[in-house]
Design a protein around this ligand. Structure first.
Ligand code: ATP
Length: 355
């Protein structure tokens, strides 16, 4: 299995290299034969030669790699994020990565948040007029096609059923945004008929956010359009304990190709200081391992990351004194210990922890 690694910008250049020894260890211990290439996409390359997403990238990636791990994109030298848009939106739309899965690991359990990743307010349809550099009228259109909503909802319901989930909530705003709202409701209700194991619920996005913060225990699976999903996942990250903890996978179910990235950005305020939390990046690796059928390796990594984060080895955002590198060294040491004591088959379970 070959993976494309894109550290990107800011703290991406710290958290991604720090997480790679864990991948190497798991690859050796479980005989996974994982190799990777590090690609230099990001602000430096954009500023040096104007390349964001290289011309042949969309062709080559699915042919040569099982997936991409991306650190972060964003750089104060490129205030409009033109390079980030070209790379991220280019990958999402060019490789049709329409399902964005953002698991929220909370005290009561995990909420599987699914965000539609290609249309809605991110369709880049709109325009503005103005004069002397001042915008006077601006418009961004929210566009959804039935095909896109259908395939997204169907895939998510299928995944939720496979994961043994019972309840799924559609988040929308059909009272104020009626056209796309109604399309989502229609499709959601129709698709739910195919999944008798699942109970459907619908909630306005504002009420949903309120309830999520007050008491998230009522939610299991959540489906949201592009913008709502983006916002909810940051609220989810805050509930988990910070942006450094939240991971995501953008998947094209038909090809199986996927892009794994932490929810956080390049965090220029802490970049270069060695204190960025690599937790989310390590959890992205666990998602990648799960996605490629290596559930044991994924569970071991996930458990050791969680365990290390509860100790003084955690990075300062979690109240610890660890650095990006020392935290991952602790995770790797924990994994080595488990592998030595238990062997790869049993190592996934830490005492008193679920896998
Ligand atoms: P960008 O412009 O790339 O989105 P940003 O700073 O606006 O960057 P984030 O990178 O998402 O947005 O970060 C928001 C804040 O959260 C940062 O100021 C940083 O302090 C904190 N943060 C984000 N990621 C991490 C992390 N991995 N470890 C520690 N703190 C983090």
């Amino acid at each position: 299995m070959r993976i494309a690694i894109v550290p990107g910008d800011g703290i991406g250049k710290e958290v991604v290299p720090a997480a790679l020894p864990a991948l190497r260890l798991l690859s050796d211990a479980f005989g996974l034969d994982i190799t990777y290439d590090v690609l230099d996409w990001g602000a430096d390359r954009w500023l040096a030669d104007g390349t964001g997403l290289p011309d042949d990238a969309l062709d080559r990636l699915p042919k040569e790699y099982a997936g991409v791990l991306l650190g972060a994109l964003g750089d104060p030298r490129i205030p409009d994020m033109a390079h980030g848009r070209e790379i991220l939106l280019g990958l999402r739309t060019g490789l049709d990565l329409y399902v964005n899965h953002r698991p929220l690991h909370l005290e009561h359990g995990t909420i599987d948040l699914y965000r539609e990743n290609t249309q809605g307010l991110y369709s880049q349809i709109g325009g503005s007029v103005g004069s002397r550099g001042r915008v006077s009228v601006a418009m961004d259109e929210c566009v959804y096609t039935r095909d896109t909503v259908e395939r997204f909802v169907r895939h998510c319901l299928d995944r939720l059923r496979a994961a043994g989930r019972r309840k799924v909530t559609l988040v929308h705003k059909a009272n104020a945004v009626p056209h796309t709202g109604r399309l989502w409701q229609e499709v959601f209700r129709a698709e739910l008929d195919r999944f008798p194991e699942l109970t459907g619920a619908e909630e306005y996005v504002d009420a949903f956010c309120y309830h999520l913060v007050r008491d998230a225990s009522g939610y299991e699976g959540v489906l949201a359009s592009n913008l709502f999903g983006d916002i909810i996942s940051d609220i989810g990250a805050a509930l988990m304990g910070g942006l450094g903890l939240a991971c995501s996978a953008s998947v094209c179910p038909e090809t199986g190709f996927a892009l794994f990235e932490p929810v956080h950005g390049s965090a220029p305020d802490i970049a270069g200081r060695g204190i960025a939390n690599p937790y989310a990046t390590a959890m992205c690796l666990a998602m990648l391992l799960d996605h490629t059928g290596h559930a044991d390796a994924a569970a071991l990594l996930r458990n050791c990351v969680r365990h290390a984060a509860r100790t003084g080895a955690a990075t300062p955002d979690l109240g610890g004194t660890g650095t990006t590198v020392s935290f991952m060294s602790e995770v790797t040491a924990l994994m080595e210990k488990r592998l030595t004591i238990e062997g790869p088959r049993q190592a996934r379970r830490l005492p008193h922890e679920e896998s």
